[in-house]
Design a protein. Structure first.
Length: 94
């Protein structure tokens, strides 16, 4: 299996562990240690940091008890920002 489904799996696990409308997945690193087979997999999840603004989660994907992939996901809080109007600044939208 290529890395796309594995990446989707680890992000899904992290978002389920640390849910919240105010959190976005802002960074992910994924190491494919060996080919990930098309069979039932085991996930091992560890919260590294759980804070108000930054959260880090490590996810291990195991196949037959052996590491197939390792990932670290960062979930970050965000806020909507009101920008001032552009009129009179000389700036324009393109």
């Amino acid at each position: 299996m290529h890395g796309g489904p594995v990446a989707a799996l680890v992000v899904s696990v992290a978002e389920e562990l640390l849910p919240g409308d105010e959190l976005i997945t802002s960074r992910m690193t994924l190491e494919l240690v060996r080919p990930v087979p098309m069979q039932p997999l085991t996930t091992v999840v560890r919260v590294i940091k759980s804070g108000r603004r930054v959260n880090l989660v490590d996810v291990e994907i195991l196949a037959d008890g052996k590491h197939a992939a390792l990932a670290r996901i960062q979930r970050t809080s965000f806020q909507a920002v009101q920008l001032p109007p552009l009129e009179g600044t000389g700036a324009e939208l393109r």
